[in-house]
Design a protein around this ligand. Structure first.
Ligand SMILES: Nc1ncnc2c1ncn2[C@@H]1O[C@H](COP(=O)(O)OP(=O)(O)OP(=O)(O)O)[C@@H](O)[C@H]1O
Ligand SMILES: [Mg+2]
Length: 279
């Protein structure tokens, strides 16, 4: 039944010309769970969340988010979802407060609620006192904080976060991880995270999916994934599953080079000695 899952994908596919970014993705994510999508650069993570948020259209297959059909009810999907994009576009000539008011109005939130939420979020992200500064003068991490505020302002039922802790200082990254955990556990939100941070994924996610070249290679709890490939932790499991465990072979050239250098150095020393004695 569609209603019992927050996110369902049925053979969801996206091609960009000849590039198949996401290939027949099948997912079922229950409400209240935190799902982590992992995978190498270019694997299809961002494309997947952009499709789920109806930012880009899919080539074939279908999905439902919050019980709404991606093809026919994408307005409803946008209404109930919060989305932190990978490379957010901010209106640099607006202040953080103006930008968040604008986002709140896009969700048709009443003005008094917008004002209360903005104050709460600015306090949470330690941006109080800077809210009237133009966004063009914000640091990268401060911009990321404003985007997280924007993703959370309408108290969404389902939250998509594409690399939520990138650019954040360690203390803020920890705060965001705690916040994600609280949103999932206390507020029973469904959270979908794309990340490269395996320790964060292991800490936060109930279910992890590993995508490689647009195809979902494995799915399960962190423990199931680790055990299924006989790894000692999620990092080792990830490297095995994504085929990156041959990284030592790839780096073999360094050893060869250093061996060659040693041989060359010995040769050079020998020929110098020879030159000295023949003089
Ligand atoms: N707008 C686009 N036009 C053409 N190709 C695209 C576009 N967006 C993504 N792609 C391609 O789709 C594939 C998947 O990209 P995507 O951004 O989804 O990867 P990702 O898993 O999010 O990678 P990263 O970890 O680097 O963020 C890549 O081959 C990429 O070049
Ligand atoms: Mg990405």
């Amino acid at each position: 039944m569609t209603e019992s899952y927050a996110i369902i994908a049925n053979d969801l596919t996206k091609n960009f010309g000849k590039v198949c970014a996401v290939n027949k993705l099948n997912l079922k994510i229950p409400y209240g769970k935190t799902y982590g999508l992992l995978g190498p650069n270019g694997a299809g993570k961002t494309t997947t969340v952009r499709m789920f948020n109806a930012i880009i259209s899919n080539t074939s297959g279908n999905a439902s988010v919050g019980g709404y059909d991606l093809l026919t009810q994408n307005e409803d999907i946008r209404r109930i979802c919060g989305f932190l994009p990978e490379s957010p576009g901010l209106y640099s000539k607006l202040s953080a407060k103006e930008f968040l008011e604008f986002i709140g109005e896009l969700y048709y939130l009443p003005k008094d609620i917008i004002s209360v939420r903005i104050n709460e979020l600015l306090e949470l992200f330690d941006l109080e006192g800077r809210e009237n500064d133009l966004l063009e003068g914000y640091s990268r991490g401060m911009k990321q904080k404003v985007c997280l505020c924007a993703a959370l302002i309408q108290d969404p039922e389902i939250i998509f976060l594409d690399e939520p802790t990138s650019n954040l200082d360690p203390a803020t990254a920890r705060m965001v991880k705690n916040l994600i955990s609280e949103l999932a556990k206390k507020a029973e939100k469904t959270v979908f995270i794309c990340t490269h941070l395996l320790d964060s994924a292991e800490e936060l996610c109930d279910i992890i999916g590993i995508i490689v070249n647009g195809e979902l290679k494995m799915e399960g709890t962190p423990k199931e994934i680790i055990e299924s490939v006989g790894a000692k932790d999620l990092e080792e499991a990830y490297l095995k599953i994504t085929g990156a465990s041959h990284i030592d072979d790839l780096l073999a050239w360094r050893e060869e080079n250093s061996n060659n250098n040693t041989v060359n150095n010995k040769r050079q020393k020998k020929s110098k000695k020879k030159n000295k004695t023949s003089r």
